[in-house]
Design a protein around this ligand. Structure first.
Ligand SMILES: NC(=O)c1ccc[n+]([C@@H]2O[C@H](COP(=O)([O-])OP(=O)(O)OC[C@H]3O[C@@H](n4cnc5c(N)ncnc54)[C@H](OP(=O)(O)O)[C@@H]3O)[C@@H](O)[C@H]2O)c1
Length: 250
């Protein structure tokens, strides 16, 4: 018997990084998991690696119709939902005065509106299951905003306010809400960044104490925290969780 046997979870941004590790950890704890992301081949590879308890659902969280179709598919496949992990996000480093229109819109639409669209679709199923869990993957940037990531930081701050309001709205339905704030984590989050802009940003973040050389979390460690949140006993809610790297011991 595993702690999440019989439960169904949706994880957005699950084709790589923290989302993929979370989908793997939830499946390892017994859940059936729908993995959501845009890039179908990478998504399929992630779901195939988990096995029959995983469902690859290609969708764009920034598009409300795409989100509606994704949750319909989960409902048609498994007929229930117990947890949603809103993890998909993008960041584009730039000084505000230099930020381009498309990058600004993409960050707000993915990181903030994406979570809103997914939450809206998940609520009826969570309520029908008699309660469940909403986990919002925020960031240390949501409470200590990063220069050169002003818009990304603002989307995480907005996500945090949204999550608290949703908790107040859904508490009578037995739906728990957790804000999970990873610190710097080794993933491909910066893989599409302009190398020059990334190097310049890194220098500023290290100088201002947002990052420390050699201090990085493993995505599996963050994923274990999500399992911990979902396995709290009924009657208890883990509301906020900061997961930060420490300097490794020699
Ligand atoms: N890595 C860090 O240091 C760090 C630190 C603090 C917080 N976080 C947060 O942790 C979460 C995961 O970050 P990560 O580092 O694991 O990122 P990542 O490796 O870049 O993975 C991002 C995932 O989101 C998906 N995605 C992006 N846009 C999407 C969209 N519009 N619709 C659906 N899926 C979308 C990507 O797949 P497709 O591109 O194929 O859609 C991918 O699966 C994010 O919320 C991030 O803000 C990360």
């Amino acid at each position: 018997m595993k702690p999440l046997d019989g439960r169904v979870a949706v994880v957005t941004g699950a084709s790589r990084g923290i989302g993929r590790a979370t989908a793997e950890a939830l499946a390892g704890a017994g859940a059936r998991v729908a993995l959501v992301a845009r890039g179908a081949p990478e998504l399929k590879e992630a779901a195939d690696a988990i096995g029959p308890d995983a469902l690859a659902v290609a969708a764009d969280v920034s598009d409300p119709d795409s989100v509606r179709a994704a949750f319909r598919r989960v409902d048609e496949t498994w007929g229930r939902l117990d947890a949603l992990v809103c993890n998909a996000a993008v960041a584009v480093p730039a000084r505000v005065e230099d930020a381009d229109d498309a990058a600004l819109a993409q960050q707000v639409a993915t990181n903030l509106l994406g979570a809103v669209y997914c939450t809206r679709q998940a609520i009826p199923s969570l309520r029908a299951a008699g309660g469940g869990d909403l986990v919002y993957v925020s960031s240390d940037a949501g409470v200590a905003p990063f220069p050169l990531l002003a818009v990304y930081s603002a989307t995480k701050g907005g996500l945090e306010v949204f999550a608290r309001a949703v908790r107040a709205e859904l508490a009578p339905d037995g739906i728990r809400v957790c804000l999970l704030r990873p610190g710097p984590t080794l993933t491909g989050f910066a893989r599409d960044w302009d190398p020059g802009a990334a190097a310049a940003a890194l220098e500023v973040w290290q100088a201002e104490g947002h990052l420390r050389a050699g201090e990085l979390l493993d995505s599996g460690t963050v994923a274990e925290s999500v399992v911990h949140v979902l396995t709290r006993p009924p009657g208890a809610e883990l509301r906020e969780l900061d997961v930060r790297p420490t300097t490794p011991r020699e």
